[in-house]
Write a protein that binds this ligand. Structure first.
Ligand SMILES: [Zn+2]
Length: 221
């Protein structure tokens, strides 16, 4: 949300917090593409043999295209068996609420409490507790369909042992890690150029990346 707020100061933080996770992540993907390009490289550990492997893909490969982009707080409903359930999609506020929940069961309960808006059974108002697990699972599946960018799985295969598995891809932590690496890289350049030429940090940072790179190559010689 901090990254999106920097990139789009005209959008209120409250609106960003209420965007569905899929829409938020879609915006983050676009921002990542603008910042570092469309090519992504990641690392994973094979769950069978423990080898580290590098994988790469394009932003377009993981960009989900739902029929329609959900609006913040938009209400949906689904009829399963004799139940009718009104719900909204999970947003960043909901994820903040489960940060300290401790375990999966209570996290799941908090999300359901927040996102399931009304339950009725054969037309009579009912409660969340009355919902069978099968109905809850159908609601979860429907959420996934409505907000496909919110839960991305990458199909990976290990070159060492041929094991295949699905790994979740989280653009938030991926992009954040990249930004941290980029900052370290820039600071290293600042350090090198400041030491070589005695320039101030602000002057080095004000240069274009291309200009800085040329100076870096000259220093390395
Ligand atoms: Zn392996």
């Amino acid at each position: 949300m901090m990254l999106l707020a920097c990139a789009s100061p005209e959008i209120s933080p409250g609106y960003l917090a209420r965007l569905s996770i899929g829409r938020r992540d879609g915006f983050l993907l676009t921002l990542r593409e603008w910042a570092f390009g469309p090519h992504l490289i990641g690392m994973a550990t094979c769950p069978r043999c423990g080898d580290r492997l590098e994988f790469s893909f394009e932003v377009a490969d993981i960009r989900a295209t739902p029929e329609r982009e959900p609006e913040p707080d938009e209400e949906f409903s689904i009829a399963v068996c004799d139940y009718e359930v009104a719900f909204r999609l999970i947003n960043s506020q909901d994820l903040l609420e489960i940060l300290d929940s401790g375990d999966l069961v209570s996290a799941r309960r908090i999300l359901l409490d927040r996102c399931i808006l009304a339950v009725s059974y054969r037309g009579i108002e009912s409660s969340l507790d009355s919902l069978p697990d099968s109905v809850v699972n159908r609601v979860a599946m429907e959420m996934e369909l409505l907000d496909p960018q919110g839960d991305l799985q990458l199909s990976l295969s290990c070159p060492s042992c041929s094991h295949r598995w699905e790994a979740p891809f989280d653009i938030t932590s991926f992009f954040w890690t990249e930004i941290e690496g980029w900052v370290r890289h820039i600071l290293r350049d600042v350090h090198t150029l400041a030491r070589a030429y005695g320039w101030r940090e602000s002057d080095i940072l004000a240069m274009t990346a291309k200009r800085r790179l040329i100076y870096m190559e000259l220093v390395d010689r």
